[in-house]
Design a protein around this ligand. Structure first.
Ligand SMILES: [Zn+2]
Length: 947
């Protein structure tokens, strides 16, 4: 026996403790949770009443004092939940503005252990997560049984679960322990973008509903009678019936009854399943049921069920074969399907998409059988990458969605001989624009577009690249090894890497380093140049599905204005997806009216410094059109033209948060404009004596510098835009601020408030001559006309027309008033000093919009404008301090064309209209309109793109 000195004893003890801790930490463990749930559906008020019994087995080396529980139905309780906030940030206001009736919640919880009530603590942040304190600590390898009743109101199906009428999707519905793993607890709120992480166990669930509901659920149905009843429905379904409803006044109205009435008698069905980590069920009285068995390679026979409503009958008629194909495809690629049943259920339109649960998937109506086939393949594939390999999907979405998508793309190639070219083109566009995020981004931190393009598509491409690196056979074997080693467990990214390295015998450090990098992968290189014609057959499919570095598109170009009349030419561009650094378009045209060459074009060179600035664009715009006509000395019609050349630079700031909807840029443009003008001169002729006026065309050139500072936020709720514009040219500086703020109305539409404030400065002293020369640059209360569009930036039908329809066109700039006073020598509210205005535009709710009776949708709005300007405040001025107007507005072609009918206005406008416009047709002549082609751009598709 040897005596050990105390210090050495302590060190030794520490060493022993440390080595056992090391051994324990290297040994994989996971918790187990077994459920017994009894639930009843009340379809009158869309509620559930249930009782849950949970057996929690602590296989961790730690003693637990509490268990974090997810009570996710509370995600729908109010508009301040993590779910609600994320929906808003992703541009969806439906839940935020939902009625109380459409929201949902869970309550009447009473957790007990052996009849002792457990204390509950709220989560500091999330209303749908609670901490259940255990009455006694739970030691390693001990188990505890908790019970709780719960009552739940199902929300309208905004996201994966709830109900639409009496069609029920009961998902994320019961109190459920969060995962406890080597990294600790993983409590998480319910989110639309971002999925699950759950403990494995067995489920034994009893579901009670009115007897005529068809139930589809996770696991195996334990009632043979019910199974026979289901199979008998194979060729039976309920047709929606037209029902006569007596209304109050005694009139009879016919309506389509969507759901058959529920019968009073109820039934209780039992479903069981082991080795799963979630349970979902669906109830609908209209379901058609299809069934078949499917034999797997080992000889095992499983049941395949599909459930769908009569309206989807055509698309879903082959749904069972699709399911069988998906099961066989994944069984062959990985390992045989481990459960005895698989089901696909058609859900409502409202939630949109497909959603996986163990042994069962929910799919909303698809457009085609092909889309259904591919969706079923993806969702059933999740039985491998989610149900069996239960990764932490919230933190590593690529491990389920990305890996699963890799097998989707294999299926797409094998069955349809196609590549995911659309996703490719979009992903590469985002990568080129430096808007992509690395694969190893958490679900919550992905922006909505990257979640789709990176977590799904890019991961799949990365695996395809890896497959090419190690060879298909080695890759397939490695994936099989991964599945076999980690089935019914929680693999982490490092576990995935380790098994792939072991299986292939290769170091995959550099391959896995791509998970943390942005940008395109090596197998996504594009080469060569191709020329294509827009009018050629299948142009758009080639546009998306090609491997060219450069694609030159040629198409006919057409144009029209009052002077040039019809224009015809060619449009040539290299704009494509993904965008190249150098982009151009040119559209030279021949004008049949002016018999001249017209056209427009743009060159743009982009750089991506990726520090403070995301993007720098150097560009050169140009255009040439006719802008007026006159009769020359010889009595012949002649045309006045303009040409402009605009070099510039735009600096787009990098937004720190990739989920931000903010877009900020600084832009410099110098306009070099050449315009034709007329010079009238009087010649004194000797023979015959007299005075003749000759008209001579002269060339005038202008240079104008413009600095623009813009900050705009395209968020769904209260989007805004602020713009500072400074312009300088010979004799003046013009400064202007324009702000727009949109207040959403709960159902749709909203109120737009625009604020304008501008000041005009003369450089040097003001002279009568200078005032005259700078007239077109002065600030306007009324939207400027074509002559005052001094940068030739808007499209005008007839730029300098003084009568007829073209003369009624204005642009929304400066004061933004719609009443025109063009025939006055000095227009009402035109100033060379300062000007300010507020413009209100509100949509009219469909209920009180008389135009909503028309078969086509014409959005009616009301506007009200108020403005003031320097001249009205001058001493001895007789002008009103404030001018106003209000009227109706119709917005067409996505707000590109707006037509305004002023109905009320201040006295100066009234006096003008009564004195200058004859009574007949006066209303028609007070109408004005604007065409804003700049508002029609790519940003409507994605806020970050601009070209
Ligand atoms: Zn998926």
């Amino acid at each position: 026996m040897i005596e050990i000195p105390p210090v050495r004893k302590i060190i030794l003890l520490l060493l022993i403790a440390h080595s056992s801790w090391l051994a324990a930490s290297s040994q994989y463990w996971q918790q187990q949770v077994n459920y017994l749930i009894d639930v009843t559906l009340h379809d009158k008020d869309n509620t559930l009443d249930a009782f849950e019994k949970i057996e929690y087995i602590n296989d961790s080396p730690d003693t637990l004092k509490f268990i974090w529980f997810h009570i996710w139905p509370n995600a729908y309780r109010n508009d301040k939940t993590a779910f609600s906030n994320q929906m808003l940030l992703n541009g969806n206001t439906k839940f935020y503005f939902a009625d109380k009736e459409q929201r949902g919640y869970i309550n009447r919880l009473d957790f007990k252990v052996n009849n002792a009530t457990c204390a509950i603590e709220d989560h500091p942040q999330y209303i749908d997560v609670i901490k259940v304190i255990l009455p006694e600590s739970l030691a390693p390898s001990q188990r505890v049984t908790l019970t709780t009743p719960f009552h739940e109101k199902l929300p309208y199906n905004f996201s994966r679960g709830g109900h639409e009428g009496q069609s029920y999707q009961v998902t994320q519905w019961y109190p459920k322990p969060a995962v406890y793993d080597k990294n600790g607890w993983h409590p998480m709120p319910y989110l639309e973008q971002g999925e699950y992480y759950s403990e494995f166990g067995t489920f034994d669930v009893r579901i009670t509903t009115p007897k005529n509901y068809v139930i589809a659920a996770t696991g195996e149905l334990q009632d043979e009678d019910e199974k026979r009843w289901l199979l008998a429905r194979n060729n039976f379904f309920w047709e929606p019936v037209k029902q006569k409803i007596k209304q109050k006044a005694g009139t009879v109205k016919t309506s389509v009854q969507k759901f058959p009435p529920s019968i009073a008698e109820t039934k209780t069905l039992r479903y069981t399943q082991n080795n799963i980590h979630d349970f979902a069920w669906f109830a609908d009285k209209r379901f058609i049921v299809n069934h078949d068995t499917c034999q797997l390679p080992s000889g095992k026979v499983i049941d395949v069920f599909t459930y769908y409503t009569p309206s989807e009958k055509e698309v879903w008629k082959n749904s069972v074969p699709y399911c069988k194909q998906a099961i066989r495809f994944h069984s062959a690629a990985l390992e045989e399907y481990p459960y005895n049943v698989v089901s696909a259920v058609q859900g409502p339109e409202s939630f949109g998409g497909g959603m996986e649960y163990p042994t069962i998937t929910l799919i909303s109506p698809t457009r085609s059988t092909r889309e259904l086939d591919l969706t079923i393949n993806h969702e059933i594939g999740h039985n491998w990458f989610y149900a069996v390999l239960a990764t932490n999907e919230r933190d590593h979405p690529w491990m389920d969605e990305g890996v699963n998508t890799f097998y989707d793309h294999r299926y797409l190639a094998e069955r349809y001989h196609q590549l995911p070219s659309e996703e490719r083109a979009l992903f590469e566009t985002f990568a080129k624009e430096k808007l992509d995020q690395p694969i190893a981004t958490t679900s919550e931190n992905f922006n909505m577009v990257d979640y789709e393009l990176v977590a799904y598509y890019k991961t799949s491409e990365w695996l395809r690249w890896l497959e090419g690196e190690v060879g298909k056979d080695a890759f397939d074997k490695a994936m099989k090894d991964y599945y076999d080693r980690w089935k019914f467990k929680h693999p982490q990214p490092e576990d995935f890497k380790k098994i792939l390295e072991e299986s292939t015998g290769r170091n995959l450090d550099s391959a896995f380093s791509f998970l943390n990098k942005k940008g395109t992968l090596e197998n996504e290189q594009r080469r060569g140049t191709k020329m294509d014609f827009l009018l050629r057959r299948k142009y758009f499919s080639r546009f998306l599905n090609n491997n060219y570095q450069d694609l030159i598109t040629i198409s006919p170009a057409m144009g029209m204005n009052s002077y040039d009349k019809f224009m015809l030419g060619a449009f040539v561009t290299n704009v494509k997806l993904p965008l190249n650094k150098f982009k151009f378009f040119v559209a030279p045209m021949y004008a049949f009216g002016s018999k001249s060459l017209t056209g427009t074009g743009k060159l743009d060179l982009s750089f991506y410094p990726e520090r403070i600035l995301r993007k720098v664009d150097l560009f050169l715009n140009g255009s040439a059109f006719s802008e007026n006509e006159y009769v020359d000395s010889a009595g012949k019609k002649a045309y006045l033209a303009f040409q402009k050349l605009v070099p510039g630079v735009r600096l787009t700031f990098k937004e720190k948060d990739p989920r931000s909807n903010l877009h900020r840029y600084l832009q410099w443009k110098t306009f070099f404009i050449a315009e034709d003008g007329l010079r009238f001169s009087r010649d004194t002729m000797m023979n015959p004596p007299g005075i003749v006026t000759t008209v001579r065309k002269i060339r005038e050139t202008t240079t104008l510098n413009q600095l623009l500072i813009v900050s705009e936020n395209f968020r769904a709720l209260y989007p805004y835009r602020g713009e500072i514009k400074l312009e300088e040219s010979k004799g003046f500086v013009r400064t202007a601020f324009t702000g727009n703020y949109f207040f959403n109305y709960p159902k749709s539409g909203g109120l737009n408030v625009r604020l304008f404030a501008g000041k005009f400065f003369y450089s040097g002293s003001k002279t009568i001559n200078k005032q005259f020369e700078t007239d077109r640059y002065h600030l306007n209360l009324t939207g400027p006309n074509g002559y005052e569009d001094y940068t030739y930036s808007d499209y005008f039908i007839g730029r300098n027309k003084f009568d007829g329809l073209p003369s009624q066109q204005i642009m929304i700039r400066d004061g933004g008033f719609k009443v025109r006073t063009d025939l006055l020598a000095s227009k009402v509210g035109k100033t060379d000093d300062w000007l300010a205005a507020l413009n209100f535009t509100s949509s009219v709710p469909p209920g009180i919009n008389p135009l909503s009776l028309l078969p086509i949708n014409i959005p009616l709005k009301v506007f009200f404008d108020v403005g003031t300007y320097a001249d009205a405040w001058k001493q001895n001025s007789e002008l009103d301090h404030f001018l106003f107007e209000g009227g109706l507005q119709v917005s067409l072609l996505g707000n590109t064309v707006n037509v305004y009918l002023p109905l009320i206005y201040s006295k100066p406008f009234k006096d003008y209209i009564q004195s200058t416009i004859e009574k007949k047709g006066r209303l028609w002549k007070t109408i004005s309109f604007s065409i804003d082609i700049s508002s029609f751009n790519l940003r409507k598709i994605d806020p970050h793109l601009s070209f």
